[in-house]
Write a protein that binds this ligand. Structure first.
Ligand SMILES: Nc1nc2c(ncn2[C@@H]2O[C@H](COP(=O)(O)OP(=O)(O)O)[C@@H](O)[C@H]2O)c(=O)[nH]1
Ligand SMILES: [Mg+2]
Length: 185
């Protein structure tokens, strides 16, 4: 097969959002999914100076998802690096928190406009109306910071706990990969 004759396009996408919303769990679940989907010997995850990094290759090149160890590390890097987009992680149990707004503002301050959303812990929310409400709150806050809240993808994720292998949550991994590749240029 050899190397491609053209340079591979890299798009770095930080996972943003406060501690505890499920960023690391999400990336690990995605790693497990990609390992199975692409028949890899191990999940495409690696640790890199305080961050967990996942590479996934699609039609638009490689998308590199970066999960920082802490909200503090996240804030430090967000201010120093230009990113085209970000994946905002919101827990469906907590909806939009102060830390969510802080992450969003930090992203906007460095010119990030394209923000996709992963709504985690959806496996813990039995009431679909509640999920709809959280979805609305997320879109509202995106609009407030001019991040296309009406059209941004919001993917429902259930990455932890017992139901992790359930088909719905397994499919969410693919949805998320597709959402990133179409929403973040
Ligand atoms: N049930 C369930 N638990 C989750 C999910 N995502 C994260 N968690 C739990 O939430 C806690 C915080 O998750 P973590 O990934 O460490 O959050 P982070 O600080 O944003 O990286 C852990 O106890 C996870 O097991 C999810 O989708 N479903
Ligand atoms: Mg973490």
């Amino acid at each position: 097969m050899g190397q491609p004759a053209y340079p591979v396009r890299y798009t770095v996408v930080p996972l943003i959002g406060p501690d505890g919303v499920g960023k690391t769990t999400l990336l690990q679940a995605l790693g497990g999914y990609l390992q199975q989907r692409d028949h890899l010997p191990a999940p495409p995850l690696r640790a890199a100076s305080g961050a967990l990094v996942l590479d996934t290759r699609g039609a638009n090149g490689v998308y590199q998802l970066v999960d920082f160890e802490s909200a503090a590390a996240q804030a430090g890097l967000l201010g120093a690096t230009p990113f085209q987009g970000a994946l905002l992680v919101v827990s469906a149990l907590d909806s939009v928190q102060e830390g969510t707004v802080a992450s969003l503002m930090a992203a906007r301050n460095v010119g990030i406009m394209r923000i996709a959303v992963a709504l985690t812990k959806c496996d813990q929310v039995a009431d679909p109306e509640m999920l709809g409400l959280v979805n609305m709150e997320v879109r509202e806050v995106l609009n407030k910071y001019e991040c296309s809240g009406d059209t941004a993808p919001v993917v429902y994720v259930g990455a932890g706990g017992e139901g992790r292998a359930a088909e719905r949550w397994w499919r969410a991994n693919e949805e998320l990969v597709q959402a990133l590749q179409t929403w973040i240029p």
